[in-house]
Write a protein that binds this ligand. Sequence first.
Ligand code: B16
Ligand code: MG
Length: 215
Amino acid sequence: NLRGAIFDLDGVLTDTAEYHYRAWQRLADEEELPFDRQANEALRGISRRESLLKIVGDRTYSAAQLEEMMERKNRYYQEFIESMSPSDLLPGVRSLLTELRQQQIKIAIASASKNARTVIEKLNITELVDAIADGYSVERPKPAPDLFLYAANQLKLPPAACVVFEDATAGIEAALAAGMWSVGLGPVERVGNAHVVLPNFADITWAGILSKLNQ
Ligand code: B16
Ligand code: MG
């Protein structure tokens, strides 16, 4: 009786995770803060402010300096997403979304990002989704369940009728806290707490997902 599918954006529908990484790396280099790809893994799915605080570590900055750094990182990130197009959809995504619509499964995107709407437009999938929850929708970020509960509410569905697709540890925690089904995309070390783990959406169908969830 699953009637809704809620997708994370960065790292699930498209690989903007790479652009977030490059933007943070540039900022960290400018500030001479230690940062690399591995450190970036801990930032997956968490908010802009929390990401910055992790990078800054115990170095002290004023509130105004932190604000400025968040704005600077966001400018770099926006430069990257400016050139995105439908070809940036990850393999299997468009066919899965299309199949879900045919089966009358409601679709929401729930992203921590304040840039989610821009990315969704660049990917040209606006007309495939019924609701969008983004970085402006709720106060408490993942792993709090709020963003997914907001999305389910927009879809007018109870949490237990929804399945969340996530690439981040914090996102899987949020889905479980919301009382939803969860599918983790990526390595088990990261998303092993999900009900089902998939490497990516290539050759994945809704029927295949349902059978893995025993639904
Ligand atoms: P912004 P998701 C998250 O998106 C990213 O995974 C995370 O790296 C980023 O810090 C966060 O959005 C905030 O993004 O700075 O654009 O507001 O994975 O929840 O779709
Ligand atoms: Mg993500």
